[in-house]
Design a protein around this ligand. Structure first.
Ligand SMILES: [Zn+2]
Length: 171
């Protein structure tokens, strides 16, 4: 899903190539500079159109134990700026550190409704009802205490109601 760029040697241009999330070819060129790398992400949109994106990522050189220096990336996200060994390219077209990537990914794909659904499915699993929070409730499993059953049944019902308010058109 994500392309990953690890550290490289000074003065060495790196080409990475692969297939991006949309299945088109892309390549990334990393010309060297002391204080930053410029990533050129080029891909074929269709037979006629080639797209290009430039991203600058700041580098910081830190002395090694055994002498010499080694470059680290600074996460390009302004609120983060973590010093990291690897940066990742997300389907949203951003290079970020691993932590920020998780956030980018979550905000894009983990809408609140998906979170509710997976929460509901977990409860339905315990009840032996099978996944699908908007499907009707089932019976009490034989092995389960009534008190536990009631508690889970009510929780499942509340999640279903909250989800319905969120995704179904309201009267
Ligand atoms: Zn970051």
């Amino acid at each position: 899903m994500f392309k990953r760029l690890g550290l490289f040697r000074e003065g060495q241009a790196t080409w990475l190539s692969g297939i991006d999330s949309k299945g088109s070819d892309c390549s990334i060129h990393v010309p060297q500079a002391r204080d930053k790398v410029v990533l050129i992400h080029a891909w074929q949109r269709d037979a006629h159109c080639r797209e290009m994106q430039h991203h600058e990522i700041a580098l910081e050189w830190v002395p090694c134990h055994l002498g010499g220096q080694r470059p680290w990336f600074r996460c390009p996200v302004a609120a983060c700026r973590r010093r990291v060994a690897c940066i990742y390219y997300s389907p949203t077209g951003q290079w970020t550190c691993r932590c920020c990537q998780a956030l980018v990914y979550e905000t894009q794909y983990e809408r609140p409704s998906f979170r509710l659904m997976s929460k509901g499915d977990k409860i339905r699993n315990r009840l032996g009802w099978g996944p699908g929070i908007l499907r009707p409730p089932g019976d009490k499993p034989k092995y389960m205490h009534w008190r536990t059953f009631e508690r889970l049944r009510i929780r499942e019902q509340r999640i279903a109601q909250a989800l319905a308010r969120m995704i179904l058109p309201q009267p």
